[in-house]
Every structure is written in structure tokens, then in C-alpha cells.
Design a protein around this ligand. Structure first.
Ligand code: PDD
Length: 281
């Protein structure tokens, strides 16, 4: 596998960063995950717009234009012969040469790392069977709108879900669902309204969320961006989650309780298909 590290294309054995890198020491870093379908980047512009926003929120320097980042992404897709999967980008505040909580007072070069991963996106079995989830307390920090690499809470939540024999976890704050451990969460009400948590510092503004809401609007569906309880989710007609790597996964069970008939919902499957069709033109 060929990776990109600070201006160089390197095999993964040679892809290393310093132990003094602030991404390693303080999670002082942001990231993006972009899907690749048929060798093409999906929603790249929106991912780069969010990256720029994350950087601005943390006063992190992004000394690359969108075109430069696009070129690196395209080289990696080619070099790794990636037809379907994902591409991961991480930008850190750089290597300060020692450990200090304060930002370095002299300008240092940020660290930029990019690599690819093969994955089954379109034909993933989970899209057909749906997934089971459990809820857990949202113990994350108060700026979940910034896509930082501080993902320990998400990792703990996924490990908890795994220990319970299910696929993933939903975060809950003050009795209300915020989002999935690495996805946005939606329900469909008995009168076919789509409900998802509104944007705030408490959730990530998902690129897939944005696309799915736009397609839902085109389909004349009514969308409500409001917080809702676990109870409301469990009694919903359908539930689903969205992310770059899953696109749309129907959710068939929450905390051991079936959603609807316990089968993937029609609307979730329809929105997934519409998204896939739109990507292939
Ligand atoms: N995660 N919410 C959280 C907490 C996420 O980590 C993600 C994405 C999303 C969905 O965002 P998008 O549609 O832009 O992928 C929502 C990525 C895929 C990850 O960490 O692997």
C-alpha cells in the first residue's frame, strides 16, 4: 500500500510520524474520510469544505489548496488501484519537537497523512440485512461538530456494542439521541416524516446526512430536524444511519427491541438507492 506523508508517497512500512507530533500527544488533529466508488471520490468538495471549517475552529493551518489535495487523493487512488473503499486524510498541528500543551510559538509545518483502504460499500451485506444497535451515554466533549481524531469515546462505544453482540452504538445525551458512534441517526415516523437531530455543537454535520436530506426533500418528504428520545426511536416506523463508509444502513433493532417489523425499512432502502444512483452519473 502506498501512503502520503508530508509531501512524499511512501510504502506503509515507511509511513511514520514523530512521537512529538501533536496529533499523537494531544489528538491535536482533524480528519476526513471520503468514499471511493468506481475509482471516483464521492462528495469531495463538501469533505474539503468541512475540513477547512474544522481547521478554522481549531486555528489549525491548512497550507494546501483544494486542487492540491484533490491531486494527492487521485494519485493515491491510482497508485493503490482503489476501485471501491475509502480515503483517510489526517492533518495535525505538527511536530513541536517536545511536549507542551501550548501551541508552538514558532510556526511549524503541519503534518498531513493520507491513505486508502479497500472496503465493500455498495454491496455491503449490512445494507440488505440492516444493523442492530445499542444506546450508550454520550461522554464526548462539547464540540462534536469539529471532526477531530479524539475518537476514544466512539471507540469505547463500538467496543461496548461489540460486547453486547450488536453492530454499533447510538449516543444519548439527557435522554435524547445525538448521533451514532461514527454516523448520523434518523427515524421515520408513522406518518412518513424523517426526523434527525438538528445541527449544533453536539453532532457532526455529516456530508452523507446533508446529501440524504437533500434527496429526501426532492422526494417531497417532510423533514424535522429535532431531538428525540430513545423511546420515540424504538417506536418509530423505521430507523437508519448515514456516513461516508456506510452510505445508508437501515437499523432493525435498538437495545434489543425491533424497529417496525424488524426488517430494513422501505424509505431507508429507497434513499440509499437514490444516493447510489446519483453517485454513478
Ligand atoms: N465518521 N457523526 C460522527 C460522529 C462521525 O464520526 C461520522 C463519520 C458521521 C457521518 O459523517 P459523514 O457522512 O460525513 O461520513 C457522523 C467517519 C466515517 C469515520 O470516522 O470513519
Amino acid at each position: 500500500m502506498i501512503t502520503y506523508v508530508n509531501g512524499q508517497f511512501l510504502s506503509k512500512e515507511h509511513a511514520v510520524v514523530s512521537i512529538f507530533d501533536r496529533g499523537f500527544l494531544f489528538a491535536d488533529a482533524v480528519y476526513e474520510v471520503t468514499t471511493i466508488i468506481n475509482g471516483r471520490l464521492i462528495d469531495f468538495k463538501n469533505h474539503m469544505a468541512r475540513l477547512r471549517r474544522s481547521c478554522n475552529e481549531l486555528q489549525l493551518l491548512l497550507p494546501f489548496t483544494e486542487d492540491e489535495l484533490l491531486t494527492i487523493h487521485q494519485h493515491l487512488i491510482e497508485k493503490n488501484d482503489l476501485n471501491e473503499g475509502l480515503i483517510y486524510l489526517q492533518l495535525t498541528r505538527g511536530n513541536a519537537g517536545h511536549r507542551d500543551f501550548l501551541f508552538p510559538n514558532k510556526t511549524i509545518e503541519p503534518t498531513l497523512v493520507i491513505f486508502t483502504q479497500h472496503a465493500s460499500i455498495i454491496e455491503n451485506p449490512k445494507a440488505k440485512t440492516g444493523i442492530k444497535v445499542v444506546t450508550c451515554e454520550d461522554i464526548r466533549w462539547q464540540r462534536c461538530d469539529i471532526k477531530t481524531v479524539a475518537l476514544l469515546a466512539a471507540s469505547l462505544a463500538k467496543q461496548y456494542a461489540y460486547s453486547q453482540g450488536v453492530d454499533d452504538a447510538l449516543f444519548v445525551k439527557d435522554g435524547l439521541i445525538t448521533e451514532g458512534s461514527s454516523s448520523n441517526f434518523f427515524i421515520v415516523t408513522s406518518d412518513n416524516k424523517i426526523k434527525t437531530r438538528g445541527l449544533s455543537h453536539e453532532i457532526l454535520s455529516g456530508i452523507t446526512r446533508q446529501a440524504i436530506l437533500a434527496f429526501a426533500k426532492e422526494q417531497q418528504l417532510i423533514i424535522e430536524e429535532n431531538a428525540f428520545s430513545i423511546e420515540e426511536a424504538i417506536t418509530a416506523k423505521e430507523a437508519f444511519m448515514t456516513s461516508a463508509t456506510s452510505l445508508v444502513y437501515p437499523i432493525v433493532e435498538i437495545d434489543g427491541q425491533k424497529i417496525g417489523e424488524g426488517k430494513p425499512g422501505l424509505l431507508a432502502s429507497r434513499l440509499r438507492n437514490i444516493y447510489i444512483q446519483a453517485m454513478s452519473v
